[in-house]
Design a protein. Sequence first.
Length: 115
Amino acid sequence: MMAITRTNLLCRMEAAHRQTRAHLERIERQISARAERMTTTAKTKAKAHPRGGSRWTRSDEAMFRAYVDQLSFERRGEIDALRRKLTRQERAITAVRAKITGDETSTRADSQPPL
């Protein structure tokens, strides 16, 4: 395979990897946003809070974490599949990079005149 073709392949693989990572991050943001909405809905807050302090308490944080765990568990199949896909993509990208650098090294060695 020519170096240009491998370079194009590497670019496409890296783009697919970025897309998969973005999908996984989107799912994590969705879970976090949904857990936050569930927390505020479950524990209705008063409109005014003394001294303008935070209305997010430790019990709210614990409830939020429980909701995140619950929602993550519900979507675990999708999350695990994306993580496995990322791992496979990283291995494949590493292999292609190794082949590209190996080809460049052998090409340079062939093109240098003997001493």
